[in-house]
Design a protein around this ligand. Structure first.
Ligand SMILES: CC(C)(COP(=O)(O)OP(=O)(O)OC[C@H]1O[C@@H](n2cnc3c(N)ncnc32)[C@H](O)[C@@H]1OP(=O)(O)O)[C@@H](O)C(=O)NCCC(=O)NCCS
Length: 196
């Protein structure tokens, strides 16, 4: 049994995943305020203010008071928050599907850290959280995110045309899935092809 809210998952080189804490507010505002990350994740409010960060941090801390952690901060060896990986709020023990999300500070990108963070989260999701599948949605031109999913074995499952509105317009959304049972294999429905 995991201690409520107190999980640490080791990555290479001292990097690690651990729960969001009060001291992460400043990093949230610094990393999310310029809109570069939110351009790929419409659910992140813009403008991203101290109140936005406060709401998120308080929500996460409250959630983990009654439940095991489902959404982690990605941290450097000194514990500084560089990003996030996890699933949207769900009822642990009841839900079978988790909606995976992740983001990383631009300065930390390009070194495989996001891929490693997702790779470390997967066994946690299928083991500790008891999920049967992970679902990920990504805007069709988000090539780095698509690579992260491909490298972690996610299969393309569909394309929702003009599904997502961002500041630059309406965009197709790609759906990816990973099943707990590796014997089920992968699915190739050709949905990574450019849309009309
Ligand atoms: C998506 C994100 C987390 C990836 O972080 P990252 O540190 O670059 O990821 P990694 O280094 O682990 O892997 C990135 C892969 O994309 C590749 N890549 C980088 N730029 C690319 C481009 N323009 N086109 C295609 N592939 C590209 C890299 O080469 C690497 O693949 P490889 O290991 O096969 O060489 C980060 O870019 C991010 O936070 N983006 C904004 C938020 C976001 O999009 N979140 C996901 C929402 S679904």
């Amino acid at each position: 049994m995991l201690a409520l809210g107190r999980v640490r998952i080791e990555l290479s080189g001292g990097y690690h995943l651990s729960g969001v804490r009060e001291s992460d507010r400043e990093a949230h505002v610094r990393l999310l305020a310029d809109g570069a990350i939110a351009a790929f994740i419409p659910a992140i409010p813009q403008p991203y203010t101290e109140e936005s960060a406060d709401r998120w941090v308080r929500h996460r801390i409250e959630f983990t008071k009654g439940c095991v952690e489902i959404c982690f901060a990605i941290r450097d060896p000194e514990g500084r928050m560089l990003g996030s990986v996890g699933v949207d709020d769900l009822k642990v023990g009841k839900a079978h599907n988790g909606e995976l999300g992740y983001w990383l500070a631009p300065a930390a990108c390009g070194h495989g850290l996001a891929t490693e963070a997702v790779r470390a989260f997967i066994p946690y999701a299928f083991g500790e959280l008891g999920l049967e599948r992970l679902t990920a949605h990504t805007i069709h031109f988000n090539e780095r995110s698509i690579r992260v999913l491909q490298k972690n074995g996610f299969a393309p499952e569909g394309r929702l045309r003009r599904f997502t509105r961002t500041a630059t317009g309406l965009h197709d959304l790609l759906v990816f899935g990973l099943l707990r049972d590796p014997r089920v294999g992968t699915l190739d429905c050709g949905c990574l092809q450019p849309g009309p």
